[in-house]
Design a protein around this ligand. Structure first.
Ligand SMILES: [Cu+2]
Length: 403
């Protein structure tokens, strides 16, 4: 159990991204922890008629952690204000470890390092710069018109530090990379790349360890996505400086961070060929599907405000878009326009182009957050899980739409 007490002047709510969490601890956007001195009468932007959750100033979140070892993260989820509140730093890691993983000879301890990558902009006085219509984040939600497609920063922070420099030994390291940016996607590359080996060996994803390692020249990572990778610095001389580049960025956003190999050390880790039992993913078969659903994400207008909607409908706590049977297997077809990340934690996912959407989808890495571009359709095979004991909220699928 984790107890959160809100000492900020604005409502907050914490969502554990990727957690198999009971409904009361899910961190639903309107399940707010109100600031001290403010109760139900506090303005809720355009959603004043909603149930605003408890009016206490703290909440106990229950996290059973009964799931695969994985790199999870938590972030503020306040209705209409998630973007600016995450921008100001309300996010962090929650790492779940298990015996299966601990028994592997992977890099451990000080060589198992989470890297939270995000972009920010700063004012002249060093404070965070964000184009909120209401910088106090009290009443009016939203951003200036020019930023409706997402706010990008021009400084890259890793674990809160701008253009972090990290000293490493000439051995393998495990990096749990999270893209915690509001709107920026990255294609990460090492510069220089090692001469005779691949720069990144992926061992895990949003859903925990993969069955076997996967080599990558670059890592394409969307918002909220996690990549668990091994980098082998024995391929570099002591004294070498290696930049983690972002091939999709320009200017300051072109560089993410830098590693400096400053010492020799004995190698104690290896990357085994077999990492994890992924049998539970294979148990989900497309042939068991009992129904197929379409979800089209677009901008819709609600009482003069433009917001994200699903199948033409704006957000409404009173509407249930899907109530899958507990344990049932369904195919969900997802499409989005204009570009936006759909964040889905599912047991198995596939990405297909429209041309191939009717063909059987090639299964990609289990548990990966699909990155769906506007010309692409995503297809998620999803099964109700028993984690929450509640069929309606147990689709193992979460939406995250952030502006
Ligand atoms: Cu999230």
């Amino acid at each position: 159990m984790v107890r959160h007490r809100n000492e900020l002047p604005v409502p907050t709510v914490v969502h554990l991204h990727g957690g198999r969490t009971p409904p009361g601890s899910d961190g639903y956007p309107t399940d707010l922890i109100m600031p001290k001195g403010k109760g139900h009468s506090h303005s809720m932007g355009g959603h004043s008629s909603m149930d605003v959750g408890n009016s206490h100033h703290s909440r106990n979140y229950t996290y059973p952690n009964e799931q695969r070892g994985a790199t999870l993260w938590y972030h503020d989820h306040r209705m209409d204000f998630t973007g600016p509140q995450v921008w100001r730093g309300l996010a962090g890691f929650q790492i779940i470890r298990n015996d299966e993983e601990e028994s592997l000879p992977l890099p451990k301890g000080g060589k198992d390092i989470p890297l939270m990558i995000c972009d920010r902009s700063f004012s002249e006085d060093g404070s965070f710069l964000y184009p909120s219509l209401d910088p106090s984040l009290q009443d009016e939600p939203g951003v200036e018109e020019d930023y409706m497609d997402g706010v990008l920063g021009d400084v890259i922070l890793v674990n809160g530090a701008p253009w972090l420099v990290m000293e490493v030994s000439n051995t393998r390291y495990r990096f749990r990379i999270l893209n915690a940016s509001n709107a920026r996607r990255y294609e990460l590359a090492l510069d220089p790349a090692p001469e005779d080996s691949v720069p990144f060996v992926q061992i895990g994803s949003d859903g925990g360890l993969l069955g076997a390692p996967v080599p990558h020249r670059t890592i394409r990572i969307a918002q909220a996505e996690r990549f668990d990778v091994i980098v082998d610095f024995s391929k570099y001389a002591v004294g070498a400086e290696i930049t983690l580049k972002n091939l999709l960025g320009n200017g300051g956003a072109r560089n993410a961070m830098r590693f400096r190999v400053n010492r020799k050390e004995k190698e104690e880790s290896t990357v085994p060929r077999r990492l994890s039992d992924t049998g539970e993913f294979d148990a989900l078969r497309e042939s068991d599907t009992i129904r197929e659903r379409e979800f089209h994400f677009t901008r819709v207008s609600d009482e003069g405000r433009v917001m994200w909607g699903i199948n033409g409908e704006p957000f409404d706590t009173g509407r249930m878009d899907a109530s899958p049977k507990l344990g049932a297997t369904e195919i969900w077809n997802l499409s989005v326009a204009p570009p936006h990340t759909l964040s889905i934690c599912t047991w198995s996912t596939s990405r297909c182009s429209p041309a191939t959407v009717r063909n059987p989808c090639r299964r990609t890495l289990a548990g990966r957050t699909p990155w769906i571009s506007p010309r692409e359709k995503g297809r998620a095979c999803s099964s109700g899980s028993t984690a929450t004991g509640d069929a309606t909220s147990s689709t193992a699928t979460t939406w995250s739409t952030r502006t």
